[in-house]
Write a protein that binds this ligand. Structure first.
Ligand code: ATP
Length: 509
């Protein structure tokens, strides 16, 4: 269900028009890869955070949440490896003057070969119909095998080049594959250089005693340095987890695709501390748990897939991404990483403080291993928004744009709409509004014809519109209109709260 670049443009325009996302500092022509969330966007974002937080912290007895500062002691980033290794290889095209991530150019090239394979498979499927054995075809078709061989060879060479920090070979590979700049079409490239993604600033008002500190590029380190504080004060027993939601900053080389890749963004991370040797079983557990979480939002299974990492980060012994089919293709949404004892071990070494856990069951002290789940809140927002955006032609031939957001995440749960601005209808509607607003987010609207008001609510994904009409004055019943089916039923005013609460409940997720 590839929606394509055109739809993506429409989604971006819609996000602005309906108060979801604005460019940062727009009146100054914006700041690259930085965005602000508007009135509806911030509500949707908060609801996603709330759902994640509850799924992690409230529904798991052995996971607790923290909120660590963005600034941390600079040695944290030395210990974590970010000062030395949090780099992306960059390359410039001399003709277009455009800058690219060398790894992304190579990955895109491999993705094109992969696409060729998929086209062969599709063609064969059309030819053979139901009797088609895809596995056999992939294993035996010469064209598929040749392309797969090319992909494997590129991957092996590329991973080895990065592992050995052999940037010359990365450039040689780009040249051999005849990768051209997507803008200029030219193959006139500079050397490949490493670029550290951390932002830094000075702490202290006088520059002579100022010390260089970093804006955190991930929230995880705030959890690691607090792990013993939390374990001791919370009397936590392994296995246990610590969750956190917060801002992270990366000076991305190429920041495109709207809120997919930002320089300031938010992460929702959970570090799960386990016995050494049990990490792989927990890694599998969290992979399964997280994919189920995504599916609990009613987004079809086929839009998600796992992608195992070819090149592991400096801290990991196993890593997989959950990829989502964004309008611009399958891309990483969440990472599940088995981080070993790398981080805690490094902090123990650099701080000189023991970070061991005493296990009362085995009578042993050890540095726990860690399995991490890490998801970008903004990417999750984009996944939800792009899946929810629908253009529909109705039975009467008219068009509507509707966001069929999961109801529990919708910015506004119910719109309260008096049919007319007279005859005591607004007063009656206000009465209902005052009764409901303490339980969920409502919006009162009396301007414009009812049809137009419905459309406005559809466009922001409001699951229920409650209309107060003349019959309400007689028998206290209202109509409740459901966003996706547009069906209306008449219910008693006293039942509205219960009905809406039941339908927007997390229990349904
Ligand atoms: P990518 O390969 O896309 O750069 P990554 O592998 O560096 O991502 P991680 O370090 O694993 O990402 O970060 C965990 C999560 O944080 C990612 O799965 C993603 O959802 C989110 N994330 C990372 N970088 C950004 C960014 N620049 N903008 C928005 N979200 C991001």
């Amino acid at each position: 269900m590839q929606k394509g670049e055109d739809t993506f443009k429409k989604i971006i325009a819609h996000a602005k028009e309906y108060g979801f996302i604005f460019q940062s500092s727009e009146i100054y022509d914006g700041l690259s890869a930085v965005y602000d969330y508007g009135q509806n966007g911030s509500a949707l974002k908060n609801n996603i955070k709330d759902y994640w937080w509850k799924s992690m912290v409230q529904y798991h007895e052995n996971i607790v949440g923290i909120d660590a500062a963005i600034f941390m002691h600079p040695t944290v980033w030395k210990a974590s490896g970010h000062v030395d290794a949090f780099n992306d290889p960059l390359i410039d095209n001399k003709d277009s003057k455009k800058r690219y991530r060398a790894d992304v150019l190579i990955e895109d090239h491999m993705a094109k070969l992969d696409e060729k394979i998929n086209k062969e498979v599709e063609k064969a499927f059309k030819r053979f119909g139901d009797s088609f054995d895809e596995k056999m075809f992939r294993e035996t078709n010469p064209r598929v095998l040749a392309n797969q061989e090319k992909i494997d060879a590129i991957r092996t060479r590329f991973v080895a080049a990065l592992d050995n920090d052999d940037l010359k070979d990365v450039k040689a590979l780009i040249e051999e594959l005849e990768i051209a700049c997507p803008v200029s079409g030219s193959k006139n490239w500079t050397e490949v250089r490493q670029f550290n993604l951390m932002f830094n600033t000075q702490m202290g008002s006088l520059s002579e005693d100022a010390s260089l500190i970093y804006l955190r590029p991930e929230t995880a380190q705030g959890i690691f340095v607090n792990y013993l504080n939390v374990q001791k004060t919370g009397r936590m027993k392994i296995p246990f987890g610590i969750a956190q939601i917060g801002k992270a900053f990366r000076n991305e080389i190429v920041a495109r695709q709207f809120i997919f890749r930002m320089r300031e963004f938010e992460q929702m991370e959970m570090q799960f501390f386990v016995r050494p040797g049990e990490e792989m079983q927990w890694y599998e557990y969290w992979k399964e748990d997280r994919i189920k979480w995504h599916q609990s939002l009613g987004i079809p299974k086929e839009l998600f897939r796992f992608h195992d990492h070819d090149k592991l980060a400096h801290y990991a012994n196993a890593a997989a991404d959950i990829e989502f089919q964004f309008p611009f293709g399958f891309k990483e949404l969440e990472g599940i990483h088995s981080r070993t004892d790398f981080d805690l071990g490094a902090h123990q070494k650099f701080s000189g403080k023991k970070l061991q856990y005493f296990d009362p069951e085995t009578n042993e002290s050890y540095v726990p291993f860690v399995v991490e789940t890490s998801i970008g809140l903004d990417r999750m927002f984009l996944a939800i928004l792009s899946h929810a955006y629908k253009e529909e032609t109705l039975d009467d031939g008219s068009q509507r744009v509707v966001l069929n957001l999961p109801s529990m995440l919708a910015p506004v749960k119910a719109a309260i709409l008096p049919l007319m601005k007279k005859d005591g209808l607004p007063e009656k509607a206000r009465e209902l509004m005052d009764n409901l607003k303490y339980d969920f987010m409502c919006r009162y609207e009396e301007k414009d014809a009812i049809g137009r008001r419905y459309r406005r609510q559809d466009a922001i994904g409001t699951p229920y519109c409650i209309t107060i009409d003349h019959q309400t004055l007689e028998d206290n019943t209202v109509t409740i209109r459901e966003r996706d089916t547009m069906q209306q039923e008449r219910i008693h005013m006293d039942d509205v709260k219960r009905v809406v609460l039941e339908r927007i409940s997390y229990r349904k997720g």
